[in-house]
Write a protein that binds this ligand. Sequence first.
Ligand SMILES: Nc1ncnc2c1ncn2[C@@H]1O[C@H](COP(=O)(O)OP(=O)(O)OP(=O)(O)O)[C@@H](O)[C@H]1O
Ligand SMILES: [Mg+2]
Length: 230
Amino acid sequence: MQPIVRVVDIWKQYGDEGQNGIALRGTNLEIKPGEVVALFGKSGSGKTTLLNLIAGLDRPTKGRIEVEGRDLESIGESGRTDLRRRRLGFIFQFFNLLPTLTAYENVYLSLELLGRRDQKSAKDALAAVGLEGKGARYPHELSGGEQQRVAIARAIVKEPTLILADEPTGNLDTTTGSQILELLQHRCQKHKMSLLMVSHTPLTWKFADRILHMVDGVITEPASCTEITR
Ligand SMILES: Nc1ncnc2c1ncn2[C@@H]1O[C@H](COP(=O)(O)OP(=O)(O)OP(=O)(O)O)[C@@H](O)[C@H]1O
Ligand SMILES: [Mg+2]
């Protein structure tokens, strides 16, 4: 089976800072269709850098990244933008909702950008994350957990093949964080989406098929969960 993501010997150096500017040092990763992968690692170890590269938001210094078999370098900027819009969903730590749009409009925009003026799908996605009746609220009128649900609805409404989530529960209490992860896992299973999720919290373990550890710009597969906690 072709992986959704294949990262081969990726290096990323920012600017001209010599050794200090090297964020990724020859890392490899494969994610299968429908797989939920959690990525742990200390601050500054390169997790967000990796997500940005897979999303085609930035380019590696060296190495190869394929999403659904397409080499990100050879499809060019417009190909990467198109892939990101159609095939990828994002969820961030600080929700990143547009403050001047309602919850519903935030979700609908994601479809509109694809030329799909599909009000029903936007409403259904909000209902799927338990926000029926709150679509008319602006982000500041929602709790943190509710805002993250809108962000999930916005990501899943496109039915992407891959969701990239950067500390999606980082700003939520443990109970709300658990609910959000459960919801994400459930939506991914239902729509056979893969999920690559950065998280510092051990909470994530039970929601992941595989747990990876990033250390100084290289991914390692920990032998056990206790290895991560050390
Ligand atoms: N735009 C940038 N320009 C220069 N250096 C950068 C840039 N973005 C990240 N870095 C550096 O690259 C390294 C990896 O950063 P990255 O943001 O990927 O870490 P992270 O694992 O996501 O950390 P955190 O858990 O704190 O979010 C860090 O040393 C950081 O200072
Ligand atoms: Mg980060």
